[in-house]
Every structure is written in structure tokens, then in C-alpha cells.
Design a protein around this ligand. Structure first.
Ligand SMILES: [Zn+2]
Length: 466
């Protein structure tokens, strides 16, 4: 979930698979030599793509029948997945990597056959797209993820001129796994997989940064998964003066958008919170500091469904200053919905102007979190003025409990965690920062700064892992 684009997934028509298991006949065979990621079976690579979807889907399980010898035909009630020189007699064309043929009956999806273009230069690898002899090396896993997405009923978000990070975009990119938007799309059709982590939950998220209007808008993204959740959100400016913050936003305004199929919808906005006793009681109930009744700080409270959201903090008269966004879980602990992701993108300065995101883990047990400070990889998304070398520090109270400067390369648990969480892939060997922590309930903060006091635009992201 980024504030980069408040748009979203596209669903093809009404046809869905009925609840239960859908089996794909994996008939891709073995490569002549081991693939870049070490795989020795194309079917095993396709199975990984099925498992990545399975990690997100509630009412449906995608099974793979590796080494299948099912007859290759449309409308034979078998979901064939295979390489061929043409797509059931139709020319692929030079640039087509694969085609999914879906059939349905009324609102029931009944068959999906996926044909991969044998003439493409196939392999399997993670991270940025690779090229060989001026030609892209097609990564079977990411293309299979895309085609299985079509088989499930998703279409291309970029076909209608949208720009959103998604494996479902028509053009393959450095994104090598599901993005938040893909997950939101599939969960809109089939529900979310139930949370499997213990009782630990994210109960509060906050970010403090310089904010203004237009390109200076401070945008926090968050994702609610598994059901509905009541949230209290605040956009604080003037009351920060009571906490020795100078140059605060004079009149903050909050606007909340929900990502929806094909676009985003403004669902709530507030300029001045108004001093109401019910909101004041809600602040106290979640442990938030009180606001003067006549302050120009902003607040919103409501129950929201499972979806990605973005919360924009601007200034009512276009001025700029330091602003604080806070998001609190405000409903009972028994609520099905969970906050699973927070992100904020902003200009990172030095000294007091570094990017600081706070979070609270509530409940019991421990929370496994993937935390990232992204600068260089934002270039893939066309963001200018990047922070070239971000550094991450995670604090519990005033103790540093984890830190990272450069995240590393593809192999290893960070890449697997990003894949599970639906986070976009970092460029292998880039100067982006990322780390994994497993923490008990408590108050934490994440500091993102530039190595050597450098400044620029960066994204901080926090994912609750299952
Ligand atoms: Zn496609």
C-alpha cells in the first residue's frame, strides 16, 4: 500500500469460481538446465505462484497437479497449464508471453487454460527484470502469477491508463510478486485468508513529518484485512505546540480514500474536529492525548471494511508545517478486521526532520513484522528526488532493537517475507533498507534517515506477517 496512486484493481465480469478447490493441470515439464533460482521443474515454479495466491485467498484453494498428462483442449473441464508454439491454433505474436482462456457459465467460472509462449526466453528468478542479448528474460513465476490472476478473474489495472503497482498490469515489470492492489482485488472476490498469527495485533500507527498541500501532502497508507474494523484517525497540527514542536501545520485537514476496482473513492474528510464529547471520549479510550475543544486539529472515526486506504493530511489554506497522522484501532478486540500494513511517503530531512513512524503492538504473543525504508527502488515507480541511501532504526522506548542500512540481495528471508506480505520487490543489492523483527506487545518507533545526513523522498513500510 503506497500513497503513490490511489487507484486500483479491475475485476472481469461477475463470474467467480465456486468455493472450494480448483486444480490446475501443470504440464510445463523440465527445463534443460537448472534455472537462475535453482529450480529444476517448471511445474514447481508454477506451484510457487499458486501458493503465493493461496496465502491470500479465503474461500478458494488453488491446487497444482504437477506432471499432469491431461489432454490439452479448451472446454474439456481441465485447467491446462502448458508451453506451446501457438495458443490453441492462434498466433501468439512477438510480445505475448502467455494467454489465459477462461470459460464461465452464468456467474460460475468453470475452466481456465493457460498457454505459455514457447518462443519466449523463459527462466525463473526474483527481482528486477533481466535482459539477455537485448531481449527480456521472461520470469515464469511472475508471469504465472499474472496468468493465475486472470484465471481467478482479475484484469489489467493499467489498461485504463492507471498507474498502480500490480502484478496484474499488462506489462511485466520489476515487480515479482503480488502487490497490495492484487491482494485487495482477489480478496474482493474470494475473501481473505484468516489471520494465523497469534493474538498480537497492530493497534496504533502514526507518522510525523513535514506536510503541506499538492506534492507536499503527507500520505499514509494502511490496509485492513480479514473483516471490518473501527478506526479513529487524527491529523494533528496546532496541538503539537504543547509538545515542544515548532512550525506545526496551522490548520490540518484529513481526507480518507478507499482503493476500489478501477479507482479510488473519497469516503471521509474532516477539517476541524469540533470538540464533540463523543470524539473526546474516544480519544481517551484509545489512550490518545486530549485536544482542546476549539483546536483546528482534525479527526475522523468510523468502521471500515477490508481494503487498502490512503489518508491524506493537507493544510486548509495551503500552508505547510510539521503534521502528525495517527490511526488507532478503536473497536473491541473481538473485531475480525486487522490493521496489517502501514506506509507513509514523504520528504526525509535531517536532524529533527527525519521520518519517524510509531506503532503499537497490542494483544498477546508476538508480532512478526517486515519493516522497510525504501528510497532507490522508488525510481521504478517514477518518483523523483529520492533518498539515495536510507537507513532504518527500530526503537522500543529509547532502545534500538534492530537496524539496517542496505537490505541485501534476493536470496533469503526478506524476499520471502515481502512476497508473503504482498510487498513489491526491492532491487537486488540496492541501498534500500529492510529488516524483520518479532516483538512482544509494546510501543515502538521506526526512524528513517539518510546515511550521512542526506535528504530526499522515502517510503516507510510496516507489514504484519502471518
Ligand atoms: Zn494479462
Amino acid at each position: 500500500m503506497l500513497g503513490l496512486s490511489a487507484r486500483g484493481y479491475v475485476i472481469q465480469g461477475d463470474a467467480r469460481w465456486p468455493d472450494g478447490t480448483v486444480t490446475f493441470e501443470l504440464q510445463l515439464g523440465a527445463p534443460v538446465s537448472p534455472l537462475i533460482d535453482g529450480s529444476t521443474s517448471w511445474d514447481a515454479v508454477a506451484q510457487q505462484a499458486l501458493d503465493i495466491w493461496n496465502a491470500q485467498i479465503g474461500r478458494l484453494r488453488l491446487a497444482g497437479n504437477a506432471g499432469s498428462t491431461a489432454s490439452l483442449a479448451q472446454r474439456n473441464s481441465r485447467n491446462n497449464v502448458f508451453f506451446a508454439d501457438d495458443a490453441f491454433g492462434r498466433e501468439f505474436g512477438d510480445r505475448t508471453l502467455a494467454i489465459t482462456f477462461s470459460s464461465w457459465s452464468g456467474t460460475r467460472r468453470v475452466e481456465a487454460d493457460i498457454v505459455f509462449n514457447r518462443a519466449s526466453n523463459w527462466n525463473s528468478y526474483r527481482g528486477a527484470l533481466r535482459f539477455s542479448g537485448g531481449r527480456a528474460v521472461a520470469d515464469l513465476r511472475r508471469v504465472a502469477l499474472h496468468e493465475f490472476g486472470h484465471a481467478l478473474g482479475l484484469d489489467h489495472p493499467d489498461d485504463s491508463g492507471q498507474s498502480v503497482a500490480a502484478i496484474m498490469n499488462a506489462v511485466t515489470s520489476n515487480l515479482d510478486t503480488l502487490a497490495t492492489d492484487d491482494i485487495a482485488g482477489v480478496q474482493a472476490m474470494y475473501g481473505a485468508r484468516a489471520a494465523v498469527s497469534g493474538g498480537a495485533r497492530l493497534t496504533n500507527l502514526s507518522v510525523r513529518s513535514r506536510a503541506g498541500s499538492g506534492s507536499q501532502t503527507l500520505i499514509a497508507g494502511f490496509v485492513i484485512a480479514h473483516g471490518e474494523k473501527q478506526l479513529l484517525m487524527r491529523g494533528i497540527g496546532p496541538t503539537l505546540a504543547e509538545y515542544q514542536v515548532s512550525g506545526a501545520l496551522p490548520d490540518p485537514r484529513l481526507t480518507l480514500y478507499r482503493a476500489e476496482g478501477g479507482g479510488s473513492t473519497q469516503i471521509a474528510t474532516n477539517d476541524n474536529w469540533g470538540g464533540g464529547s463523543s470524539l473526546a471520549a474516544a480519544f481517551a479510550a484509545v489512550g490518545a492525548f486530549a485536544l482542546p475543544a476549539n483546536s483546528t486539529d482534525a479527526a475522523l472515526r468510523s468502521t471500515f471494511g477490508a481494503s487498502p486506504y490512503s489518508l491524506h493530511l493537507t493544510e486548509a489554506q495551503g500552508r505547510s508545517g510539521i503534521g502528525l497522522i495517527e490511526i488507532y484501532a478503536a473497536g473491541p478486540a473481538s473485531e475480525a478486521g486487522q490493521l496489517v500494513n502501514l506506509s507513509a511517503r514523504t520528504q526525509v530531512g535531517s536532524g529533527h526532520d527525519i521520518l519517524i513512524a510509531g506503532f503499537v503492538v497490542g494483544g498477546s504473543g508476538t508480532a512478526r513484522l517486515l519493516i522497510r525504508g525504501v528510497g532507490p527502488t522508488l525510481a521504478d515507480l517514477g518518483v523523483p528526488g529520492l533518498l539515495a541511501d536510507p537507513e532504518l532504526r527500530v526503537y522500543r522506548a529509547s532502545d534500538v532493537i534492530a537496524s539496517n542500512n542496505d537490505w541485501g540481495t534476493d536470496a533469503g528471508p526478506l524476499t520471502a517475507a515481502a512476497s508473503t506480505a504482498g510487498a513489491f520487490a526491492l532491487r537486488s543489492g540496492s541501498r534500500d533498507a529492510a529488516l524483520l523483527v518479532e516483538v512482544p506487545p509494546g510501543n515502538y518507533s521506526v526512524h528513517v534517515s539518510g546515511v550521512g545526513g542526506t535528504t530526499g523522498v522515502a517510503l516507510v513500510e510496516l507489514y504484519l506477517l502471518p
